[in-house]
Design a protein around this ligand. Sequence first.
Ligand code: NAD
Length: 344
Amino acid sequence: MTQSVVLAPITESLPAFISSAQYSKVFVIADSNTRRYCYPLIKPLLPKHKLVTVSSGEKHKVMATCETIWESMTSAELDRHALVINIGGGVIGDMGGFCAAVYKRGIDFIQIPTTLLSQVDASVGGKLGIDFHGFKNHIGVFNIPNSVLIDPFFLKTLSEREIRSGFAEIIKHCLIADGEKWKVISHNDFEEQNWADLIAHSVKIKQNIVDQDPTEKGLRKILNFGHTLGHAVETYFLGKSESERLFHGEAIAVGMIMESYLSFKRGLIDRKTLVDIEEFIFATYGKVLIRPEDVEPIIALTRQDKKNRGSEVRFSLLEGAGKCGYDIAVPVSDMRKAVAYYMG
Ligand code: NAD
């Protein structure tokens, strides 16, 4: 089933959605920031509703927060004909969607993504879930929201660091599926990018891939380019101090350099492509300090990757700029070289 994604001012798309169905109750989930910056924009567009606000940040994308949300849904007496509206970034989308998808075996929900990352990636494709015991997205389900309402206007209150983080998924979409667009973005500085155009482009690419393989049996795995080592790096730094913590996209940017190196080592991309990717990513994100003692714990974390088969760690690797393969087993010795390549 193709997911409904509407790219339009929220003042048009939200009333249109609400009037298209009859819901017994409306329940809004926000975090402390989107409660402040985004909820005021949708509040006047909604019928009577209940709002639950949870703490912001990845460390709250856990079971304890879900319990708070389910308690609030229960005390609001939501039945199976209620609607949940998730207004926030990927954390609220993943967790609020998960809460709705399993509450009373599943009720309707829509996503209103408010970060660049969630507009170009997290809100599309129906992956929902939470982190568990430090492992990213360890518990979750596939479930398509009833609609995704994207309005770039929400990005106005987002920090530049958050926009930069979301840009990583745009870079990934270009690298795995559109070599021409990769040329365009890589010839522009971060400040010169056309966000509205890039959001529409990324959504189209992701939707096209997800439509062909909704539950990630094959092709959809290419969306994980940069994410095997990237997720391991993200998880590793999640356990460190707040000042060392990486945003999701920042970790994926690290992973994309490491995994481009693996693509190069296998003869799947030429040296110029590797260098172009590396130079653009370093220019956009700078370099994350990975110390020699970090290498083995990061590699150990790849063993939890959801694409793995038995003890084999499998990667999605570039086959040129704009094309990607998947299910490529990579031995630990090559992963070490990839991390060492990044460290320089
Ligand atoms: P996030 O949801 O934590 O949002 C980042 C920060 O921005 C938060 O502090 C949030 O409160 C704040 N914020 C959100 N919108 C704002 C706005 N308009 N103005 C001001 N502040 C705002 O993080 P994210 O980067 O959006 O998403 C990361 C999460 O998405 C991760 O948990 C990742 O695993 C997940 N993800 C999921 C998928 C998927 O397919 N489901 C894909 C990629 C990433």
